[in-house]
Design a protein around this ligand. Structure first.
Ligand code: ZN
Length: 406
C-alpha cells in the first residue's frame, strides 16, 4: 500500500553522506529537505523531495501530514549485549569507590558474574528480559538492533542464547524491527578451561559450525584482548567463520593497542568496535578498508576512561559508527539518542557525522545495503520526531523526542 508523508518540517535524507560512503562528512552532507514529502510502499522508498515538487498522482492519495515533525532514517544500534540476566549495580558502586574493572573481573565479577546469572535463567525468562529491553530501544526510534550472545560460555547455554536471539528476530520481524544475530561465545574464558584455546576448540568452533549450518546467526564476534582471546585464537575463529560464509566482527583495542583494527581489515570484518587504544597504523588500515569503526561513547564515559580518538578516525577517512554497547557491566545505557548527543562534544563530531554514525554507517557495520538514508529504492524505515529541526533531536540531550504517534 502506498503511503504519502507531506509537509514534513525537515527530512534528514543523508543522500550526500551515502554518495560519500559515510566518510569525510561536512555539515551539508545531512542533505536536509525542508517542507518535504516522501512516498513509499510497505517496503521501499519511492519518491522524496520538496513538497512543492510532489507529482500530481501522489497528491491525490490521502496523506499523513507531518507539519512540525522531523523524519530521519530509522536508527540502527549496531552493538548491544541485550540477552543477559541479573545486574551489576554493586560492581558499579565498587568502581565508583575506586576499584578497577580488571580487579573486579579477577575476583569473579564482570562478565563471569553475568554468566552465572544467565546460566541460571530459563529460556523464557531470558527471552522476556531481552524483549523488554528491545522495546525500550525502540522507544528512541531504533529499528535495527544487533544483539550478541556471549553470557553463557558453555556449549548448551550459548546455543540457547543464539536461539533466543533468533526467536527475538522472528518475533520483532512482524513489527518491522530487524534483529541481527551475532555469535559471541568468544566473549570471555570460563574458569572450567585451562586457556582460551581449549575453550575455543571445545565450545566456540563446534558451536559455530552447528549454528551456521542451521542459519541461526548473521555474524561472528570475538573479544580480542590481553587475558581474553589472542591473535591466534581470533585468526582461527575468523578462518573458520569464512569457511562457513559468516562475516566477522571484533572487539578491538579496548584496553591495549593489540593491533585488533589491523586484524579486522585483514579478514574484511564488518566492523571493529571500541578502538580506544588503536594506533596510527590501525587507523590507516581501517581508512583503506570497508570495515566500519564502531565507537562506543557510553562505555568509555561510564568507566571514566579516556575516549577513543574519534577525530583521528574521522579525519583519516574511516567510516565511523556509534552504538550503545548496552550491557550489564561497562555500559548499562540503552539510549542511543543520548549517546549520540554526548558524542558531539566528547568526540568533536558534526551533526552529519553523528547522524550517519547511528543510521547509514551503523547499517554498513551490519552489512546492510539499503538502509540508513532516505533515497528512492532504499528500505522504507524511518523514525519520526516531535520537533521542527534535526538539530533539536540531539540538542535536547537526555530528552526523548521520538514520536510515539506514528
Ligand atoms: Zn561489546
Amino acid at each position: 500500500m502506498l503511503k504519502v508523508y507531506r509537509h514534513i518540517s525537515e527530512a534528514l535524507t543523508l543522500q550526500s553522506a551515502e554518495k560519500k560512503d559515510g566518510r569525510n562528512l561536512l555539515a551539508d552532507d545531512l542533505s536536509i529537505i525542508k517542507n518535504a514529502a516522501i512516498v513509499c510502499d510497505d517496503s521501499k522508498i519511492i519518491w522524496v523531495g520538496p513538497d512543492d515538487n510532489l507529482e500530481e498522482k501522489y497528491k491525490r492519495i490521502p496523506s499523513i501530514n507531518l507539519t512540525g515533525k522531523v523524519i530521519t532514517p530509522a536508527l540502527v544500534d549496531s552493538h548491544t549485549h541485550i540477552v543477559f540476566a541479573g545486574n551489576r549495580a554493586n560492581e558499579y558502586a565498587d568502581r565508583l569507590n575506586g576499584v578497577d574493572y580488571q580487579l573486579i573481573a579477577n575476583r569473579g565479577g564482570g562478565i563471569l558474574f553475568t554468566m552465572s546469572q544467565t546460566r541460571k535463567a530459563t529460556r523464557s525468562e531470558l527471552f522476556d528480559l531481552a524483549k523488554k529491553r528491545i522495546e525500550t530501544l525502540m522507544s528512541y526510534g531504533v529499528k535495527t538492533i544487533e544483539i550478541k550472545s556471549g553470557y553463557a560460555l558453555n556449549y548448551d547455554k550459548e546455543k540457547e542464547l543464539s536461539e533466543i536471539i533468533f526467536d527475538l528476530k522472528n518475533y520483532f520481524k512482524k513489527l518491522n524491527i530487524l534483529i541481527f544475530n551475532t555469535f559471541l561465545a568468544a566473549h570471555a574464558i570460563p574458569t572450567e578451561y585451562k586457556n582460551s584455546e581449549a575453550y575455543l576448540d571445545s565450545v566456540v568452533l563446534p558451536l559455530l559450525t552447528d549454528l551456521a549450518k542451521r542459519k541461526i546467526i548473521d555474524a561472528v564476534d570475538i573479544f580480542h584482548e590481553q587475558k581474553y582471546f589472542t591473535t591466534s585464537d581470533t585468526e582461527k575463529l575468523f578462518k573458520h567463520a569464512h569457511t562457513l560464509n559468516i562475516p566477522v566482527k571484533i572487539h578491538a583495542d579496548e584496553f591495549n593497542d593489540n593491533k585488533g583494527a589491523i586484524l579486522a581489515t585483514k579478514y574484511n570484518a564488518l566492523s571493529a568496535d571500541h578502538l580506544l587504544c588503536t594506533g596510527k597504523d590501525g587507523i590507516l588500515a581501517l581508512a583503506n578498508s570497508k570495515t566500519v569503526a564502531t565507537l562506543l561513547p557510553g562505555t568509555g564515559f561510564f568507566l571514566g576512561k579516556n575516549q577513543a580518538n574519534a577525530r583521528a578516525f574521522l579525519d583519516s577517512g574511516v567510516k565511523v559508527a556509534l552504538a550503545s554497547d548496552f550491557n550489564p557491566g561497562s555500559c548499562h545505557c540503552d539510549n542511543l539518542l543520548l549517546l549520540a548527543s554526548i558524542s558531539g562534544p566528547q568526540y568533536k563530531m558534526n551533526l552529519a557525522e553523528i547522524w550517519s554514525a547511528i543510521t547509514l554507517n551503523a547499517s554498513h557495520a551490519l552489512g546492510l545495503k539499503n538502509q540508513g538514508a532516505i533515497i528512492p529504492g532504499f528500505d522504507a524505515k524511518f523514525s519520526i520526531f516531535d520537533c521542527e529541526t534535526v538539530s533539536e533531536i540531539t540538542y535536547n540531550w537526555g530528552k526523548n523526542l521520538y514520536s510515539k504517534v506514528f
